[in-house]
Design a protein around this ligand. Structure first.
Ligand code: ADP
Length: 521
């Protein structure tokens, strides 16, 4: 339908692009009919394919994707190279011409259909997440709802990207603003939320009128392709959304195209701080609009004035969701002296009794594996360092006997700020607890970090809640609450944790420029 609407010039341009692409994408074959809505949405149907220019492209090279629970190979993913990525950027550039001219209402209908398809396929999509990243299936199901919520939210929010009229200081001038799409956007997404991190970016970008080239994490390419398949079924036109999975071998070449190509107007990234900083440097050569959600190292402050049971359930929810592998997981536990022992004792009991360790595919499991062996080695190194510096392990502290990629939920007391598990992003199930005496001391320690994504505090003293929440140097604060993410709320960090905000009423801004127009009268 969409292709019929575009002008003749566009068609010619699209055709010449196709000719160029056929030449440049060597060693790949096109298969428009290999995937369609009548096939079941399962992982094997997505093997060895990239989604470029509305086509399912089989690449010559593939890479293995493994299940973190038993380390078995679950499928072979397409390993896109620089040439495929260039073709995807070209395709997104061509598609931009007509996509940005569609009305927000038209785009909203497509997004809403995509949302409906996600919900109707939630079981299959959740299974793909668990197979790829080991997340307990009930949490994967929750992620699908959360991911779909971004499409629902932005399908509405994107209809309200209003400009303003400005009271002019000059009687002979009239001043107004309007918002316009920035253009083609590159997106690079992580493995910990393989669906939600895609819709949180793609939803607002498409609603803004931008087109997208997205590189998913090499650990979780199939979730991205499954979403693309539903996007295609929902009617997202050819070239508007392109997915280019690649292995670590090609990531630097693919990333360089995405961050430096002159046709790309913006880069939206979620991942490690090191990669975020590198992309920022690369993108500076052509001054792209950057949206970065880097790492975090959230302080979790428990004050004497708290309700201990609330603090314990907040800690369990924040720390052990996906085995501690979320960017906003509580990381540095600061507990005031008077409640310290009681908090540790109740938390230890909760860790012992509330978590069901095992294979994420089992619906009873609440605590599964880490993403890979390196992640487990990192936990072991953190603990060795902490114990050497006087830390005491209260519970856990080693690999689980269930599987070698599962690291037991761990509580470590007597922690201090020199330990690696406090100074670096943990990204695993270790709770290092540092005892403090005064509010000022806690705030000072919490802010002693180059990160500034999330922070948590537990107190029943309402003045203290306001005071500390305002003083914490981070983008997101949970007050007496451990689960804080939602499509309606802004997500993003300060300091080295990132640039920009995703979700909420602010999420559209990452993909729109404000144009000011001055009319002489
Ligand atoms: P993690 O260590 O948690 O996987 P990364 O920052 O390495 O965090 O990964 C987040 C995303 O960034 C993934 O999609 C990954 O492939 C991508 N990535 C890693 N290195 C580069 C790079 N040099 N250029 C572009 N993207 C990269």
């Amino acid at each position: 339908m969409y292709r019929y609407c575009i002008c003749v010039g566009m068609i010619l341009k699209a055709h010449s692009l196709r000719a160029l692409w056929t030449v440049s994408v060597r060693n790949c074959s096109l298969s428009t009919s290999t995937l369609n809505q009548h096939q079941p949405l399962n992982l094997s149907s997505l093997e060895s394919k990239a989604f470029v220019d509305g086509q399912w492209l089989a690449t010559e090279n593939q890479f293995a994707v493994t299940n973190p629970f038993d380390e078995s190979v679950i499928g072979l993913a397409a390993d896109c190279d620089k040439h495929v990525t260039l073709a995807a950027v070209e395709s997104a550039s061509v598609a931009l011409g007509s996509w940005k001219k569609t009305t927000a209402k038209e785009r909203s209908k497509i997004l809403r259909k995509w949302f409906d398809l996600m919900i109707s396929q939630r079981e299959n999509l959740a299974k793909i997440i668990t197979l790829e990243n080991g997340k307990p299936i009930m949490q994967s199901d929750g992620e699908i709802q959360y991911a779909a919520d971004f499409l629902d939210w932005f399908s509405e929010e994107g209809k309200r990207t209003y400009g303003i009229t400005i009271p002019s200081p000059n009687p002979n001038k009239r001043m107004i603003t309007m918002k316009q799409p920035i253009g083609v956007v590159s997106m690079i997404t992580p493995w910990n939320f393989p669906s939600a991190m895609i819709t949180r970016k793609v939803g607002p970008a498409l609603m803004a009128g931008c087109t997208v080239v997205l590189k998913p994490s090499e650990e979780t390419p199939f979730s991205a392709l499954a979403l693309a398949r539903l996007a295609e079924e929902a009617g997202i036109p050819r070239g508007v959304l392109n997915i280019v999975p690649c292995s670590r071998v090609n990531v630097s070449a693919v990333g360089t195209v995405l961050a430096t190509h002159p046709s790309v107007a913006g880069v939206s990234f979620t991942g490690s701080t090191a990669t975020g900083k590198m992309l920022l440097k690369q993108a500076s050569s052509t001054v792209k609009k950057m949206s970065l959600e880097n790492g975090g190292n959230a302080a979790f402050i428990v004050f004497d004035s708290c309700d201990i049971d609330k603090a314990v359930s907040g800690a369990m929810a924040s720390k052990f969701r996906y085995s501690g592998q979320t960017c906003i997981c509580a990381s540095r536990f600061l507990v005031q002296a008077k409640v310290h022992d009681e908090f540790i004792s109740k938390l230890t009991e909760a860790v012992r009794n509330q978590l069901v360790i095992g294979d994420g595919m089992n619906p009873n499991t609440t605590f599964g594996p880490l993403i890979n062996q390196q992640a487990v080695l990192k936990m072991e190194a953190f603990l060795a360092n902490a114990v050497k510096m006087g830390g005491k392990i209260v519970v856990g502290g080693k690999r689980s006997s269930v599987r070698s990629t599962i690291f037991e939920p761990t509580i470590l007391t007597n922690a201090n700020v020199s330990m690696e598990c406090l100074s670096s992003e943990t990204f695993g199930p270790i709770i290092p607890v540092l005892k403090f005496e005064t509010e000022d001391e806690a705030v000072k320690i919490a802010n002693q970090s180059t990160y500034g994504l999330a922070g948590y505090l537990f107190s029943e003293d309402v003045s203290q809640c306001w005071r500390v929440a305002e003083r914490l140097e981070c983008g997101v604060v949970g007050v007496n609450e451990g689960l804080i993410s939602s499509a309606e709320a802004p997500f993003g960090g300060v300091k080295e944790s990132g640039l920009g905000r995703e979700g909420s009423i602010y999420g559209m801004d990452e993909f729109m420029d404000v144009k000011y127009m001055c009319f002489g009268v």
